[in-house]
Design a protein around this ligand. Structure first.
Ligand code: BES
Ligand code: MN
Ligand code: ZN
Length: 498
């Protein structure tokens, strides 16, 4: 989609549809909505009087202009109460409006971005929210569908009468595009089935990013993992015919050598459960068990393009979890890179094994902060549904920073308890630790397992098993992969630079 900013009156724009807004509780159209109303001989104010237009959030009203305006249609989108307007609502309303217009054959749209004077909403941030809403809301994964897509909105224009705002609006659009395209990269990787998204394919995407943006890339093969003693990761990889890849992609945005942030993403390209085989119903969903890895790589691509002045490394320990003849078995004991031994209770608790070695590698390399992102437990989905990502941490300061970054992104996060008492549940009688903590509090015992390997490095773990996909489209989210928490990670890194 082409996105541009123009100075001038939106009602002068020739497009398939122009989008104006109406706030709940207001009596008559104001600003650009009033201008459109006049051009339409009072059609909008009449619909307001007749209560068809109430201004409720995401209420969409279509008026055909029948030659009264250069645009074919005027859309009045409700934004709720003016005093309660947020960037999330702007992003969501834009997405809903775009999805409403696409099947009508509309190819070009125009909108305004004038909601200044409301806290937190500037010209730049509203242009960014509009761009994100349009690009993310219209996303679809049709790569493997041979029939051509019907309907595409090819052009979006943001019109503003104030020339002084032109530059900021343009910048907002540019940031929005970078952030949305990163989110889309993550969505594409997650939606891609495991016969296309193998560890080797992830390594190839990392290599493309490295070439495009001049990033440093290290890919460790099985033999190097052996040399480094990554017994936990290798234990998982043993059951698959696909070679594992330990992918380290680094961006240097400031002169010093030190790594400021290491983002680790779970990279299981298919989780069959291994010998502790999963039930077949819904197993296809496990093609997305690399959503954490996709998210950290995608976030890094945006961080790079935004030229943030910080050094960020991403690590993805990519492998399948499969049950072949050499596969890991319940009862086996593995020695992780940290030296800690792990008793395998379930081969389906594989994510924490791969992350244990990634955490140790990150610590050995040296890093100020670690954030890991993983589709780690069904238990977090039971606890928080598909609404919130679970947040687990050993450091309150970093935890609060990421909570704020999530709020800013409109990606809901919820802090989970990390009391010492939960650690007990991971105790093994034959090894240093075991890889499951029993039936109850499974998301927390999984996080406590990771905490053992994070050590004293300030660390946050995001369990996205509930939020990495959505069963329905709403706001900027579509059905399938959500791209969560790419935008939270970008905001977090940005907030740490400030
Ligand atoms: N990848 C799964 C977790 C998951 C479940 C992700 C649903 C997305 C949606 C993970 O590897 C897993 O199998 N976890 C087990 C852990 C258990 C064996 C302790 C689980 O949650 O059942
Ligand atoms: Mn599993
Ligand atoms: Zn898994």
């Amino acid at each position: 989609m082409k996105i541009k900013v123009t100075t001038g009156d939106i009602t002068r724009i020739k497009a398939g549809a122009i989008i104006v807004n109406f706030f709940e509780g207001t009596k008559a159209p104001e600003g650009d909505t009033a201008t459109a109303d006049q051009a339409l001989d009072g059609a909008i104010s009449q619909l307001v009087r007749q209560k068809e237009i109430k201004g409720k959030l995401n209420e969409i009203t279509l008026i055909h202009s029948l030659g009264k305006l250069p645009a074919d249609r005027v859309i009045v989108t409700g934004l709720g109460k003016k005093t309660e307007l947020t960037l999330d609502k702007i992003r969501g309303a834009m997405a809903e409006t775009c999805r409403y217009l696409r099947p009508k054959g509309v190819e070009s749209i125009a909108t305004i971005a004038q909601w200044t004077g409301i806290t937190g909403i500037t010209a730049g941030s509203s242009a960014q929210a509009i761009t994100e809403g349009a690009l993310l809301g219209l996303y679809s994964f049709r790569k493997h569908i041979t029939k051509k897509d019907e309907g595409e909105i090819k052009q979006l224009t943001i019109a503003d009468t104030d020339t002084a705002r032109f530059h900021t609006l343009k910048q907002g659009c540019q940031t929005g595009r970078i952030v949305a395209e990163a989110t889309i990269l993550a969505r594409d990787m997650v939606n891609e089935p495991s016969n296309y998204m193998t560890p080797t394919n992830i390594a190839e995407i990392a290599s493309t990013l490295a070439h495009t943006y001049g990033l440093k890339l290290t890919i460790l093969e099985r033999a190097q993992m052996q040399t480094l003693g990554m017994g936990a990761l290798l234990g998982v990889a043993r059951g698959s015919d696909q070679p594992p890849k330990f992918i380290v992609l680094s961006y240097k945005g400031r002169r010093a050598q030190a790594t400021d942030m290491t983002l680790i993403g779970k990279g299981i390209t298919f989780d069959s459960g291994g010998i502790s085989l999963k039930p077949s119903g819904g197993m296809d969903e496990m093609k997305g068990d690399m959503a954490g890895g996709a998210a950290v790589m995608a976030a890094l691509s945006a961080i790079t393009q935004l030229k943030l002045k910080t050094n960020v490394t991403t690590i993805i320990a990519a492998t399948e979890n499969m049950p072949n003849g050499t596969a890991l078995k319940p009862g086996d004991i593995l020695t992780s890179m940290s030296g800690k031994t792990i008793e395998i209770i379930s081969t389906d608790a594989e994510g924490r094994l791969t992350l244990a070695d990634a955490l140790e590698y990150a610590r050995k390399q040296g890093t100020k902060y670690i954030v890991d992102v993983a589709t780690l437990t069904g238990a977090v989905r039971v606890a928080l549904g598909d609404i919130c990502t679970g947040v687990f941490s050993n450091n309150k300061e970093l935890e609060n920073k990421i909570l704020a970054a999530g709020t800013e992104a409109g990606e809901l996060l919820w802090p989970m308890p990390m009391y010492e008492e939960y650690k007990e549940l991971n105790k093994s009688e034959v090894a240093d630790i075991q890889n499951t903590g029993g039936r109850w509090g499974g998301a927390i015992t999984a996080a406590q397992f990771l905490a053992e390997f994070a050590g004293d490095t300030p660390w946050v773990h995001l369990d996205i098993a509930g939020t990495f996909t959505s069963s329905k489209a709403h706001d900027h989210i579509v059905k399938g992969a959500t791209g969560i928490p790419v935008r939270t990670l970008i905001n977090l890194v940005r907030s740490l630079v400030k």
